[in-house]
Design a protein around this ligand. Sequence first.
Ligand SMILES: [Zn+2]
Length: 332
Amino acid sequence: MSKIADRKNAKGAPLSSPDKKWSVVLMCPDCRKEPPNIVEDFASGDLVCGDCGLVLGDRIIDTRSEWRTFANDEGDDPSRVGNAANPLLDGDQLDTVISRGDGGSGLARNLNRTQGRTTAQKHERDLVQAYKEISSLCEAFAMPKSIIDIAKGLYKKVENDNLQRGKNNDAIIAACIFLACRQDNAPRTFKEICTLTKVDRKDIGRTFKFLKTKLGTDSGKTSSNDLIERFCSNLGLDQETRRITNILTGVAQDIENISGKSPVSIASACIYMASHLTGNGRDAKDISRIAGVGEATIRTTYKILYQNRKVLLTPEILREGSTAKESNLIGP
Ligand SMILES: [Zn+2]
């Protein structure tokens, strides 16, 4: 379809020989009109002769802008940009990847593989793999995108500081998710993350502690109050019971024998107490299932709460209009 033809410059004089050598003219082989009336049909990717309709080329690249520009004169018009750079990956992703498919000669596949062996590519692939893992784990637990993004950001930090050396990658991912949940004020317990990621609880705890000190990003302890909201909602408890549970856990922290208990155990026992106070009594078994705390732990913690009920049941809890009544309480 391309033909070398004699070309003339604008004034009609023949072009000098060096120019002539390179003057490749695109011309319809059918009607041979000069100048050719070639139409680019971007919709079908065809190059068509506008006079006779002969298809001259079937693989053209659409070089037009990807959007309509309304600015007439000011600023540049970056007409083609591709994807925005992903801050979670290294560099600006302007590299070229060799395609695998080439019609079955296998040559492209080999080239692709060779290119893939370069370290830069491998690092990026590992990152992408880890991000995929984080996404799928978090989505399995219906965690919001904000948590997923924080977890990915944390993982990137770990990679950048080379903290993952000699550590179990699954544990790193689990710890990142755990940290992300906390940072997004939606904490999960170690046990929940453990169930989610199938990583040993001790492993998560150890990795979490390590990352916390190295990254210095933890926004404080998992407070019982954050857990309560979620547990109460899962147990279908009303607002008043949640209010009371929150007050109870606050006061309970100061009770002597209870300080050794984990925030989750305290929260669970307080939910147990509050639910009975307001007449919405939940079984220790149900709370155990939702909170992931042993039934026996809830009972022993509740026992301490019950012994200290005179301190715990503040006027704020038994205020007028509240459904809470001390007589509703049951013994341990
Ligand atoms: Zn033609």
